[in-house]
Design a protein around this ligand. Structure first.
Ligand code: FE2
Length: 328
């Protein structure tokens, strides 16, 4: 175990949203391909991906802390990180209690806030690894799918929660708590606009992306779910589009992290993203500082101007402001 994962945080276990229109939000989560679970609490709607990552949705009540989004009337309520070792969870509790209030729930999960005031939680992970059949491609000279028709997707079934993106006043300031206190690692920088962080040395390219928001304050931008391959991204996106949900961006392929993507607007106060084939990294991954060029958001996509030197699409909503790039 390295000092970078002394708390054994290994991914996102649950994201909680509070929303104004609960029925619309639940319909979206179902259309997205999540599985509805009986939470045992009529006021809390619970959904899962195949690996057990959870989305909890409650109705907004601004007078109740567990039902209050971080901003606006619908949005993020709490981020729960999964931990793999009980000793790691205990170390987290000791460390966080030094300078902030930490409450413990009936299941032993820890609840507190980060330095921006975003509610965060930690629990023994309830996720499990799902191993999918690999996608086989017939490349010239290297056929790998013989006498077998390619699978077709009429909908997506997200396998895992991949990552989230949060707009903040200053991405460097927002990242410091995660790097210096929780041991997160910087995977890449987005010029003077954002930082991609992963919670463990090996695995996802990023679990958390902080970017300088154009508007002041902290805003949850999007939540990304992994699907098997680009075909499932497209199949899922086409189904969402057919059901009348509106595209936020995509389909396309990110320049940073290499993932294929399709984002949709949701009734949850943020966008959701289908993502496939993102970079998986280890301790030897070399952090890069990407320039804020027109194509930084996507190598290819539809509906965005990219060739005239102007920033378009979601990156245009970030702010060019100096960020202190804390070393992990
Ligand atoms: Fe994303």
């Amino acid at each position: 175990m390295t000092s970078a994962n002394r708390f054994t945080i290994d991914g996102v276990d649950r994201i909680k949203f509070a929303v104004e229109k609960l029925d619309d939000a639940c319909r979206f989560a179902t259309d997205w391909g999540l599985t509805r679970i009986d939470s045992g609490d009529a006021s809390s709607k619970l959904f899962r991906t195949a690996d057990g990552s959870e989305v909890e949705i409650v109705e907004t009540d601004l007078s109740v802390s567990g039902r209050r989004p971080i901003i606006n009337a619908s949005g993020l309520c709490e981020i729960t990180w999964g931990v793999t070792d009980p000793d790691g969870l205990a170390r987290l509790g000791d460390m966080l209690s030094k300078d902030r209030e930490v409450s413990v729930d009936a299941a032993g999960g820890l609840h507190t806030v980060d330095d921006l005031g975003i509610p965060i939680a930690f629990r023994m992970t309830r996720r499990h690894t799902v191993v999918l059949e690999p996608t086989r491609f017939n490349s010239p000279g290297r056929p790998d799918r013989i006498n077998s028709r390619a699978p077709r997707y009429e909908a997506a079934q997200p396998t895992e929660i991949s990552h989230m993106a949060i707009g903040v006043d200053n991405a460097g300031d927002a990242s410091r708590f995660y790097i210096e206190r929780l041991g997160f690692i910087v995977s890449d920088h987005y010029a003077n606009r954002g930082m991609f962080l992963r919670c463990a040395p090996r695995g996802n390219h990023h679990h958390l992306f902080f970017m300088n928001g154009k508007a002041p304050g902290t805003r949850f931008n999007h939540l990304a779910f992994k699907v098997r391959d680009i075909h499932e991204v497209i199949g899922g996106g086409q189904r969402l589009d057919g059901l009348g949900w509106k595209t936020f961006a995509g389909p396309g392929r990110h320049t940073v992290s290499s993932a294929c993507f399709w984002y949709f607007n949701t009734p949850l106060g943020c966008a959701w993203e289908y993502a496939a084939d993102e970079d998986i990294v280890t301790e030897t991954w070399e952090t890069k500082d990407f320039a804020a060029t027109a194509d930084i958001f996507s190598e290819w996509t539809f509906g965005l101007e990219k060739s005239d030197g102007r920033l378009r699409g979601p990156i245009a909503h970030s702010k060019d402001a100096p960020i202190e790039k804390t070393k992990s």
